[in-house]
Design a protein around this ligand. Structure first.
Ligand code: ZN
Length: 574
């Protein structure tokens, strides 16, 4: 009898073990999905799908339909039938309703705070006095008591003949200090509370040709002209942590809506870092952030702090600080980008780069010495060449640094002799597909047809075995992945027929990789994310379009349905 009981016990243990997958039931299972895992080999340098790609008879096939998630990681990828065994009593099941799932998107060059700043900015251009007052009063009614309200854009030239009396504004905004900055930099308006906070009294005297406007009775009109405006502007406090957090969280929400699970913030100042560190501490950072420290003099305290600390090392943390962002030259539109030869539309002008542009080579070398990855902004062919030289020289004495996969940002115009150097130096080309179609009309004016052949040259870079990653440099361009991908595959602007240098276009697969696995590679995280594979982070983007088979128009109209990070739904359309 005892033997029988033992036998039954053994059988029951055996049966329950057999039912459970080796590492236990899943926390979550996604079923009924159409998955592109991207877990096959890279396409050829011309963009032809690899032989192990699910590309049959010129059509892409989904290579999975279900995903099991356990402890924030992907536990299993396969069919609806295969995933059944991962479903235990407490497993949460998500019916994807045939949504297309791709690896979590990575925005690899952007400026997170700018989305919120743009949203909160108050533009006073072309408004009358009454319209200005109405707008500001409305804003004040929706702003926490005591918070400063800053707006700009009223035109000194328009108001100069008869400067208004802003006492009416003062009376209606007793709870918020207000500063309205003039369009041309000659004037500032305020209200009573702002004047009080700035310590401007009737006895205050304007100096150096400045003027504090008063009515006939000697009462303030709350307008300050020329140097007197600084009496007010110099006293505007820097944003509080709560204000800055509100601005950055707006940015996070926008990116989550667009399907991004990671953002590379290219140029972080102290006020941004405070928010990131605070949110991380409270476990409230809503997506993965790679904070690139801005290598600028105004930011020297933060620079020195991180040079001393060294790069972060725990990949699982939502905040990574492993990169410095430097600026080698200006922009092409403003003719600030640095070229080997004159601008086509301006003789004897080659733009400015390097030291003259405020590039601090000693700071950059210190960052390299401290083990940080560098991301250096370079637009013109001279700037790109100089930055390539800088990396080459540094690697001669420090060959190990090459393994960090340093980056050049924008890589807008490259001399034909320099394309092959990117791969030799193990560099990443970080580029914006939308710029290639948005800038083109005037880019050709600036550089001429011949140099334009080396402009936004993704295909030439890939042909030279360079890893190209795609991003938007938002808010410089629309951060939407669908918009970026449309630019990349068509070389056309939204709703326009003109195609710019179509021979440089990427395929859909290459574009998708440039927003996922190649961007993960650029951050040395290709073993952790970028594809949908067992053991990787459960970072997934659900979309409504068959991204690898869809027409450019369908891609442009694509919508993100869900954004999942570490297995948690961070955004859902409904
Ligand atoms: Zn940027």
């Amino acid at each position: 009898m005892r033997e029988l009981i033992t036998l039954l016990f053994v059988i029951s243990v055996f049966v329950s073990c057999k039912n459970q997958p080796e590492n236990g039931f899943a926390d979550k299972v996604i079923k009924n999905a159409n998955v592109y895992t991207l877990s096959w080999s890279n396409p050829s340098l011309e963009g032809k799908p690899a032989s192990d790609a699910p590309f049959i008879n010129n059509k892409w096939q989904f290579d999975a339909h279900a995903i099991a998630i356990k402890n924030n990681l992907i536990q299993f990828v396969g069919t609806d039938k295969e995933v059944e065994k991962y479903i235990g009593e407490s497993t949460i099941i998500i019916d994807a309703k045939k949504a297309v799932i791709i690896p979590g998107l990575i925005e690899s060059h952007g400026h997170l705070q700018e989305l919120g700043e743009k949203k909160e900015a108050i533009n006073l251009e072309n408004l009358t006095k009454q319209q200005i007052i109405d707008l500001i009063v409305k804003r004040a009614n929706n702003t926490p008591k005591g918070e400063w309200i800053i707006a700009s854009g009223w035109d000194e030239a328009v108001f100069a003949n008869d400067y208004p009396n802003m006492d009416a504004l003062s009376k209606q905004t007793p709870n918020n200090p207000i500063v309205l900055i003039g369009l041309r930099g000659f004037g500032a308006m305020g209200n009573k509370l702002a004047f009080e906070k700035a310590g401007i009294t009737k006895k205050t005297k304007a100096t150096d040709g400045g003027e504090i406007l008063k009515d006939k009775k000697g009462n303030f009109k709350y307008i300050l002209l020329n140097s007197a405006k600084n009496l007010l502007l110099d006293k505007v406090p820097k944003k509080t942590l709560a204000q800055q957090t509100r601005i950055m969280e707006y940015g996070f929400n926008e990116l989550l809506k667009l399907g991004f699970t990671t953002t590379h913030h290219a140029g972080v100042a102290e006020s941004h870092m405070e928010v990131y560190e605070d949110l991380l501490k409270k476990n409230k950072l809503s997506m993965r952030v790679h904070a690139f420290i801005a290598a600028r003099m105004y930011n020297i305290d933060l620079v020195n702090k991180w040079l001393e600390k060294g790069p972060t090392t725990d990949d699982s943390s939502f905040l990574q600080v492993r990169n410095f962002k430097a600026y080698y030259d200006g922009s092409l539109g403003s003719r600030g980008a640095n070229f080997l030869e004159d601008y086509a539309d301006k003789k004897n002008h080659t733009g400015v780069g390097g030291k003259a542009y405020g590039f601090h080579e000693d700071m950059i070398v210190k960052a390299l010495d401290a083990g940080f990855q560098l991301a250096i902004h370079a637009i013109g062919d001279k700037a790109n060449r100089d930055v390539l030289d800088l990396y080459a020289n540094y690697f001669k004495a420090n060959p190990k640094s090459k393994e960090l996969r340093h980056r050049i940002e924008h890589v807008q115009i490259v001399h034909p002799d320099d394309f092959s150097r990117f791969n030799k130096l193990n560099l990443i080309a970080s580029m914006e597909p939308a710029h290639a179609v948005e800038d083109m009309p005037w880019a050709i004016d600036r550089v001429g047809e011949k140099r334009a052949l080396g402009a936004y040259a993704w295909r030439t870079l890939r042909n030279n075995k360079t890893t190209v990653i795609f991003n938007s440099d938002f808010t410089g361009s629309d951060p939407s992945f669908f918009y970026g991908m449309h630019s990349a595959i068509t070389k056309k602007k939204r709703a326009e027929e003109r195609q710019w240098f179509p021979e440089q276009a990427f395929t859909k697969e290459e574009s998708l990789r440039a927003y996922t696995i190649w961007a993960a590679y650029a951050a040395k995280q290709e073993k952790l994310t970028g594809t949908i594979e067992k053991g990787k982070w459960a970072d997934l983007t659900f979309i409504d379009v068959d991204i690898l088979n869809a027409s450019p128009k369908e891609i442009l109209e694509g919508i993100v349905l869900k954004t999942m990070i570490n297995g948690k739904v961070k955004y859902s359309l409904k």
